[in-house]
Design a protein around this ligand. Sequence first.
Ligand code: SF4
Ligand code: SF4
Length: 145
Amino acid sequence: MTGVKNIPVGVKITTENKCGFCTNSKCCTYITEELATPRSMHDFDHMLWQLSHRDVHAYKDEDGWFLMIHNPCLQLLPDGRCGIYEDRPLICRQYTNEYCEFDEDSSEGFELFFDSYDSLLSYVKKRFKTWGKFAASRDEFLSKV
Ligand code: SF4
Ligand code: SF4
């Protein structure tokens, strides 16, 4: 379990009380956006730009490729409650705590994970033997557009 307050002996964790024992409300501290599956060097070149930005990571799991942007929701109150609970968006209402990051960190399901420009660059260099040539010809590519 991640981000868990001390659970008193004898207390059974249920979906009703679980969020009250969650210290960091991790589900409200980042967003993910699905990516079209990157295939070409141009696709990965674009991802390198995305991962050059602070707190932007990427991963691949059984559902595909995603950007993960670590940035807490501005509606999250210091005590972990939602400041707009009655008016929270649909996606927040659809999220269930039946099996969430309280139980297992989402990274457990990652097949690939990139936490930086450097980690992604290392991957693309291994994936594409001609990456160096591509990278060196970016300006030439632009001059033809
Ligand atoms: S849904 Fe899960 S991760 Fe989110 S606040 Fe509740 S227990 Fe924590
Ligand atoms: S709106 Fe509320 S429930 Fe939704 S992410 Fe923000 S704090 Fe969490």
